[in-house]
Unconditional design. Sequence first.
Length: 307
Amino acid sequence: MQTSSLKASALISLILFLSACASAPPPQPLPAQQAPMQNLLGETDDIGLVADQALQLAERYGKDQVLVVLDIDNTLLAMEQGLGSDQWYDWQKELQSQDPCNELLVSDRLAVQGALYFASAMRPTQPDAAEQVSRLQAAGLSIIVLTSRGADFRLQTFRELRRNGFSFWSSALPPKRGYPAPFVPEGGSRPALYEDGVFLTAGQHKGAMLKALLDKTDSDYPAIVVMADDKKRNLQAVMETFSGLGTSVHGWRYAGEDGAVAALDHAGAASQWDSIRPALQEIQQIMGPDNFDFPEYVGPKGCDSLP
């Protein structure tokens, strides 16, 4: 982690230096909107480096010109086991597209993941993750969470964020407590939920969702978005959306969970699901589907019924 942090720190310093030397400095600094920094796409296994960069940029441009955007799964938090994790979901999605009758498929991966979020705990991706977020909040920066989770996972999401020491309402875009009900963001097709600084976007384009949230909250576009996400495509989506809008994006692909992602045991996860499914179904039958729901499933034509 130290080597990665040093390399990325050097990259930050170089970007800042090049930005400062791009033209002769005027007697008085130009507003950040008139002199945006260049985009940056890097990789790190240390959230502390992302925090360091955001603080440096806030000192240079003003804290009101920097917006920090963080992902949850495999960026701030990770599942205690492979079953139900982000990488498990991606594997199931790919498997269904390749072989919809494969015996390792679950019947409804989104519903299954919701049940597993309910049953499982999560851990921070690094021991000081919450401390790094608190550093930024103490400095007065705006920080929000932008996650692909949907509103159906609200209770499980806030439970695990709180249990691991994360709270974002104090650093949220106004209204700090968010909106009381899900809404379809401009440019979106599915309901999303913004509450206490956490934007649950239901798997929609993260660039379009961030822009829609800024517009809905009547927030000025920042000079710089500093974003951490374990998926490069999400960082590129935000860069794509804000290109030409006067906002630079410093995107960091968080690599701290790459080992866990690569180590996913497909057969083991399938066996674990077979073991836990009856207990979850019994909980639902006795206590109702308020926390998770396994809807009736009709398998693909020509396939036997999937579990």
